[in-house]
Design a protein around this ligand. Structure first.
Ligand code: CMP
Length: 171
């Protein structure tokens, strides 16, 4: 019978599936090591919601053995958009980016799992959909380098910063 057990790594929790009654020991008992359990903050941007590709996008992460830890629907306001994209302030595309991100509801998720940050980025494809391969989220659904359907954290430090912006009140 399949069931899930929690594996505690530092302060983060990953899960693995058990396949038999004999496989019920905890990580500490078996000495098994789960490598690099990470969390990424993912945003399915307003164009992804508008195009009704939310289910398609989520299933791509699930098929890669990643888990959704938190999820919410949010109409991002200008204050949140400025905070989330503060490092892009002053760039020529910044106002268009903020207008896009505040144009309708987004889906905000914490996705977790082994090497979640790099795995998510690979599933998303490069920032510019024109350079993203077919089969990646941006390659299949993005319109241009700003309207690129999805955001994912680029490193652990930014993931924590972004998680605090969108889920700080919920953790
Ligand atoms: P995202 O991964 O959310 O991170 C920053 C966003 O800014 C990016 O996706 C794009 O939506 C946008 N962006 C990044 N670089 C450019 C660029 N050179 N021109 C226009 N938009 C950009």
């Amino acid at each position: 019978m399949t069931r899930e057990v929690a594996i505690y790594l530092r302060t983060q929790t990953c899960t693995r599936k058990e396949t038999s009654e004999n496989d019920k020991k905890t990580t500490q008992e078996t000495g098994e090591i789960t490598k690099n359990c990470e969390k990424s903050l993912i945003i399915i941007k307003p164009d992804g919601v508008e195009k009704k590709v939310v289910g398609d996008i989520i299933s791509r992460f699930e098929r890669a053995d990643l888990e959704i830890e938190r999820i919410r629907v949010l109409e991002i306001n200008k204050t949140i958009a400025y905070s989330h994209y503060s490092e892009h302030e002053g760039r020529p595309y910044f106002e268009r980016l903020v207008n896009y991100m505040t144009s309708g509801p987004s889906i905000i998720m914490i996705i977790k799992g082994e090497n979640a940050i790099s795995k998510c980025r690979s599933i998303m494809g490069p920032t510019d959909p024109a350079k993203a391969p077919s089969g990646s989220i941006r390659g299949d659904h993005g319109s241009d380098i700003t309207f690129n359907t999805i955001h994912g954290s680029d490193c652990a430090e930014n993931a924590q910063r972004e998680i605090n912006i969108f889920f700080g009140n919920y953790l």
